[in-house]
Design a protein around this ligand. Structure first.
Ligand SMILES: *Cc1c(COP(=O)(O)O)cnc(C)c1O
Length: 458
């Protein structure tokens, strides 16, 4: 192993240098991939020096999601203490299903869940688990909601047409999960959002009433803390009033921005989260922990057990269920996603996580201020969001983003909302500073200004 660790250090050293010298990897068109990188597998192996060369090349040609020029998705940057934890979890290679094979790592996972539930005032009966990602956290929430609404589903399967409610701007995993859960896509009601991307609560109640009158069985409301395009926050309290009134499960999908629970300044954006039956946040998004790190928290642990516990004498041979985490997870074998969050949290404390979150909002303010003070820009998003949506000189955002990508300038994406399409800058890399954000605009403008004469000519 020593040899591989040495190679690992060498490759990482090259990568870190290259991230600064070439922050955007040269684009390799998908159809040219095999001619540019030696990817093919063959019968015969290769000598180590060739192998090391190929591996280094693959690493350096891979898109650099941790560089200062990556603004394309809802993750970015690198928190060194979290990376350290992740590397160690790979070396330890535990499976998180039992105490017998994961020992202290089980305690670490339980401690993260305990502290997280404490932050959202979930009371004494809390529970939680790490899922493979936000989509799977949402899936687990939907399954618990389904099984609570009709406990005969677990043995007998679905008997009623059950309906779920989510905003038109929520994540696509909600309708996808409705398929897996046997609910069916047509039983998902997409509630329109207002001009700020926030679910219209009066329309939510109307939709529920109509479904009840039509003989459906409503069971699940999904609210979102940080919608995927605008980064908007649904208002939890008025939605919780409705879930209480009709006896529906309320899930708060905080995959993107649920980590505001760590910030005294921004946790008001999820006021009422303690009333949600379940809540998730992706530490691999706002907290900058390596992919994947997604927590699903439930107010009543009983529901995790009801939906996911299954006895297996070949697996559960020692210790109480409380320490055999496989009893409350979706998977059987499960990688250790907790350690990397724990190493970060342990080292910087809750205050350090708060600083990470607050810095993202500060960077977003910087970006919005820049846009607002420059008449060449049009702003589409709102305060209290780390997704900054804008257009520049009326240029087509799709063309602009694609040019920036193809010319290796910046990785940034575009999005649409209520008929407008715009560039979406995500200030989620907390290792960035003001200068990095201003540099983003500088790079974008330099490329965009090359397009302006062409745009004006048409
Ligand atoms: C990213 C995201 C998800 C999905 O999380 P994955 O970890 O990518 O599966 C779900 N909901 C929202 C609001 C998200 O932003």
């Amino acid at each position: 192993m020593e040899k591989e660790l040495k190679i690992f250090s060498e490759i990482v050293e090259s990568l870190l240098k290259d991230e600064v010298a070439n922050p955007v990897s040269e684009v390799i068109p998908a159809e040219a991939l095999h001619s540019k990188v030696d990817i093919r597998l063959s019968e015969k192996g290769i000598p180590d020096d060739t192998f090391n060369k190929v591996l280094t090349e693959v690493v350096l040609k891979t898109p650099k999601t941790s560089s200062k020029y990556f603004f394309n998705q809802l993750f970015g940057g690198r928190q060194p203490k979290a990376v350290l934890g992740e590397l160690l979890s790979v070396m330890l290679n535990n499976s998180m299903y039992t105490y017998k094979v994961a020992g202290p790592q089980v305690g670490i996972e339980k401690e993260i869940i305990r502290k997280s539930c404490e932050l959202i005032n979930y009371g004494d009966n809390y529970g939680g688990t790490f899922a493979a990602g936000g989509s799977m956290s949402n899936f687990m929430a939907m399954l618990m909601a389904r099984d609570r609404a009709d406990e005969t589903v677990i043995s007998g399967g679905l008997r009623h047409k059950m309906t779920a409610y989510t905003s038109a701007d929520s994540h696509y995993s909600i309708p996808k999960n409705a398929v897996f859960a046997g609910i069916g896509r047509e039983q998902v009601r997409f509630i329109p959002s207002d001009n700020n991307g926030v679910m219209k609560v009066t329309l939510l109640e109307e939709a529920i009433k109509k479904d009840v009158a039509d003989g459906y069985k409503p069971f699940f409301i999904n609210a979102t803390a940080g919608t995927t395009v605008l980064g908007s926050f649904d208002s939890v309290n008025p939605i919780a009033d409705i879930s209480d009134k009709y006896g529906l499960w309320l899930h708060l999908d905080g995959a993107y921005c649920g980590s505001v629970i760590f910030s005294k300044k921004y946790k008001h954006l999820v006021d009422g989260v303690h009333r949600a039956d379940s809540f998730n946040y992706n530490a691999h998004k706002m907290l900058g922990v390596p992919l994947s790190c997604s927590l699903l928290l439930v107010k009543e642990k009983k529901h995790l057990n009801d939906s996911f516990a299954k006895d297996a004498s070949y697996l559960y041979q020692t210790d109480a269920d409380d320490f055999n985490l496989g009893k409350t997870s979706l998977q059987c074998g499960r990688r250790n996603d907790g350690l990397k969050l724990w190493t970060l949290w342990k080292s910087v404390g809750t205050e350090g996580l708060e600083a990470i979150v607050d810095n993202q909002f500060a960077l977003a303010d910087t970006a919005r201020d820049y846009i607002r003070s420059n008449p060449d820009y049009q702003l589409y998003s709102y305060d209290d969001s780390i997704s900054i949506c804008f257009n520049y000189k009326g240029l087509d955002p799709e063309v602009l983003c694609t040019r920036l990508y193809e010319k290796n300038k910046l990785l940034v994406g575009f999005g649409s909302f209520h008929g407008d399409t715009f560039v979406r800058l995500v200030t989620i890399n907390a290792t960035n500073n003001t200068e990095d954000i201003l540099n983003f605009f500088k790079e974008l403008e330099a490329e965009a200004d090359l397009m302006v004469p062409a745009a004006m000519a048409t």
